[in-house]
Ligand binder design. Structure first.
Ligand SMILES: Cc1cc2nc3c(=O)[nH]c(=O)nc-3n(C[C@H](O)[C@H](O)[C@H](O)COP(=O)(O)OP(=O)(O)OC[C@H]3O[C@@H](n4cnc5c(N)ncnc54)[C@H](O)[C@@H]3O)c2cc1C
Ligand SMILES: *[C@@H]1O[C@H](CO)[C@@H](O)[C@H](O)[C@H]1NC(C)=O
Ligand SMILES: *[C@@H]1O[C@H](CO)[C@@H](O)[C@H](O)[C@H]1NC(C)=O
Ligand SMILES: *[C@@H]1O[C@H](CO)[C@@H](O)[C@H](O)[C@H]1NC(C)=O
Ligand SMILES: *[C@@H]1O[C@H](CO)[C@@H](O)[C@H](O)[C@H]1NC(C)=O
Ligand SMILES: *[C@@H]1O[C@H](CO)[C@@H](O)[C@H](O)[C@H]1NC(C)=O
Ligand SMILES: *[C@@H]1O[C@H](CO)[C@@H](O)[C@H](O)[C@H]1NC(C)=O
Length: 537
């Protein structure tokens, strides 16, 4: 007789507080929305700025946030509010109101973060989605541009090409990547060996700090300006726009893409590539795209190595260079495609049908969204032929049918820039960067595929002896929570584990800057830089 009463009581105790929690959570969301509405007017013209789950605009915008489809599940926590600012005061209001009502902010520019850190948080949060802040102002005379964080790389490239055939910007290959996250984390592409990273070519920026102050380079000071170039992912404030230096390219550049299989001697070619690609003329960035194929032509699988290059010059000079340094590849005149720089962006982007107009670069949805897990490595010494043959074995596993690597040579300008010049640290001493990825058909398999994720981790494990060690370095723009995340609750200083890997010795300076500009750690995520007196997340 006592039992039911007891459990009834227990039941009441369990249910009541959680109900109260729900009620108070709803109340604080209402307070937040009230605060935001008051400070932004909600609408500017016909365009809505504040989106709650009840608003018809919420779901379409929420779906647009996702670039990394493996997080598109029912259990992924959603933001209580999405704010899509049109002007700076909307960002100031979001910072003020989120702070006041105890919400975290996640900042999203292009949404390409590998771990979804721009739109997923486990505590009540607001997504500040900058996609409408995408203006681009190009000044051909001074070869400079102001670009807002919400623009995509494709939009920036297209805008430059509309003004000049001989100016370019050295950033990533994928056109839908956001300027905001990309420049804040470094950003490399086909002009890397000649001009360094996107972040190396930033000359000014506007950031809104935790107090709502709008700061440019001179008012933020050189420490913070240093930190946001490579270490700027949601750590110090909202970077609204960037002033970048445009770089010179010839009217005609040359692209080639040739494939070689194991049967065509690919192993020896890859071995030699490690010696020549990082030391060739800096006008040439020759990358490798490594995958395996199982086709009627190659039943039972072979490795397929794509040699893909941008050369800042005509085909004749390229052929001369290649014949001198890398005759084994057997590059021919027919392999060389001469074109303008903007056309090379389309061809190297690799997702656009042959013959697409450059205007396709304006389309935020032009590149496919994928189910993926990615990892990265820096290589300091060439990998032996036996090592390469071992890698090919990992690619004979079934999950490798949708797995691959890109190898991007360093050297050139990358070796000239000192490690401490900006927060991005990986410079001289590296011969190439590896991007390791696996893809799967989420429509069939589901958003999460443990066996595919296991395959790419296995590839990563196999690469251990061949890549940087003690510690094994990583690239902040290829965010990987496997490296460690900030603590939730315990006091161990976890930031050291991922912090040193992304930032080398620059990590300590980043901690100092953080301590100065955001001492209460308002801007945070799973891998944000902590102030020096903070260990818990
Ligand atoms: C398909 C694909 C191809 C890629 N190709 C390349 C490549 O060729 N070269 C390369 O270097 N990288 C490449 N990347 C990696 C890419 O550079 C990073 O994922 C980059 O951080 C994405 O920027 P984003 O604005 O699109 O992402 P977001 O997810 O919007 O942002 C990334 C991080 O930065 C923070 N952040 C975003 N905007 C701001 C802001 N305005 N102020 C402060 N913090 C901000 C976010 O909160 C998040 O933590 C690629 C990624 C993908 C998915
Ligand atoms: C709206 O904002 C103004 C100041 O901008 C403040 O005086 C007023 O109290 C606010 N109203 C509400 C309901 O928050
Ligand atoms: C914004 O304003 C519209 C129209 O007044 C209203 O329907 C909507 O609920 C408001 N949204 C928020 C989040 O206040
Ligand atoms: C190289 O191989 C890839 C993958 O099979 C294919 O898509 C591409 O068209 C090939 N490129 C050339 C130049 O043959
Ligand atoms: C695109 O097509 C044209 C003509 O059909 C061809 O000459 C050219 O080589 C193709 N380019 C690529 C990158 O495949
Ligand atoms: C860290 O120091 C800052 C500045 O003194 C202070 O505002 C903040 O509350 C401290 N944080 C912790 C967790 O002690
Ligand atoms: C955590 O480690 C970093 C890097 O060594 C250091 O700068 C920071 O002060 C440490 N924080 C604490 C609270 O110990």
């Amino acid at each position: 007789m006592n039992m039911p009463k007891c459990s009834l009581l227990a039941f009441a105790f369990v249910i009541l507080p959680s109900n109260l929690l729900a009620v108070s959570a709803q109340k604080s969301t209402d307070d937040l929305v009230q605060c935001l509405t008051n400070r932004t007017d909600n609408f500017t013209g016909l365009i809505r700025v504040i989106h709650t789950p009840q608003d018809p605009t919420y779901t379409p915008i929420y779906d647009l946030l996702f670039q990394e489809l493996r997080f598109m599940t029912n259990s992924t926590p959603k933001p209580q509010v999405i704010v899509t600012p049109l002007i700076e005061s909307h960002i100031q209001a979001t910072i003020y109101c989120s702070k006041k009502h105890g919400f975290q902010i996640r900042i999203r520019s292009g949404g390409h973060d590998f771990e979804g850190s721009s739109y997923i948080s486990e505590v009540p949060f607001v997504v500040l989605d900058l996609f409408r802040l995408n203006s681009i102002n190009i000044d051909v005379g001074t070869a400079a541009a102001w670009v807002q964080s919400g623009a995509t790389l494709g939009q920036l490239y297209y805008a430059i090409s509309q003004k000049s055939r001989t100016l370019a910007f050295p950033a990533g290959y994928w056109s839908t990547v956001g300027v905001g996250g990309h420049l804040a984390g470094g950003g490399y592409g086909a002009l890397l060996r000649k001009y360094g990273l996107a972040a190396d070519n930033v000359i000014d920026a506007l950031i809104i700090d935790v107090n709502g102050a709008i700061l440019d380079r001179s008012s933020m000071g050189e420490d913070l300006f240093w930190a946001i170039r490579g270490g700027g992912h949601g750590n110090f404030g909202v970077i609204v726009s960037w002033k970048v230096k445009l770089v010179a390219v010839p009217e005609i550049v040359t692209v080639f893409k040739v494939n070689r299989t194991l049967e065509q001697g690919a192993t020896k070619l890859v071995h030699k590539w490690q010696y020549v690609a990082p030391s060739m003329h800096e006008d040439l960035t020759m990358t490798l795209r490594i995958s395996s194929v199982d086709t009627p032509q190659f039943p039972g699988r072979t490795m397929l190595i794509g040699f893909e290059s941008l050369f800042l010059g005509g085909a004749d000079r390229l052929l001369m260079l290649m014949n001198r340094r890398f005759p084994e590849l057997g590059l021919t005149r027919e392999d060389c495609m001469e074109m303008s720089w903007i056309e090379s962006v389309l061809v190297l982007g690799d997702v656009f049908p042959n013959g697409s107009s450059p205007a396709i670069l304006l389309d935020r949805a032009a590149a496919p969204k994928q189910y993926t897990k990615q990892k990265a490595d820096y290589v300091e010494e060439p990998i032996s032929v036996e090592g390469l043959e071992g890698i090919w074995k990992v690619f004979s596993e079934i999950e490798a049918e949708a797995g691959g690597m890109n190898w991007t040579p360093y050297g050139g300008r990358m070796s000239e820039i000192p490690e401490s010049e900006i927060a991005y640290p990986h410079r001289a001493g590296n011969i190439f960067l590896i991007y390791e990825a696996v893809y799967w058909d989420g429509e069939k398999i589901g958003p999460v595929s443990p066996r595919h994720v296991r395959w790419v981790r296995n590839l990563h494990r196999y690469l251990t002896p061949f890549v940087s060690k003690n510690p094994r370095f990583a690239y902040a723009n290829y965010r990987d929570y496997d490296l460690g995340v900030n603590n939730k609750g315990t006091t161990e200083n976890q930031s050291v584990s991922w912090g040193i890997k992304y930032f080398k010795s620059n990590f300590n300076r980043l901690v100092q800057v953080k301590t100065k500009v955001d001492p209460d750690n308002f801007f945070k995520n799973e891998q944000s830089i902590p102030p020096s007196n903070v260990t818990t997340f």
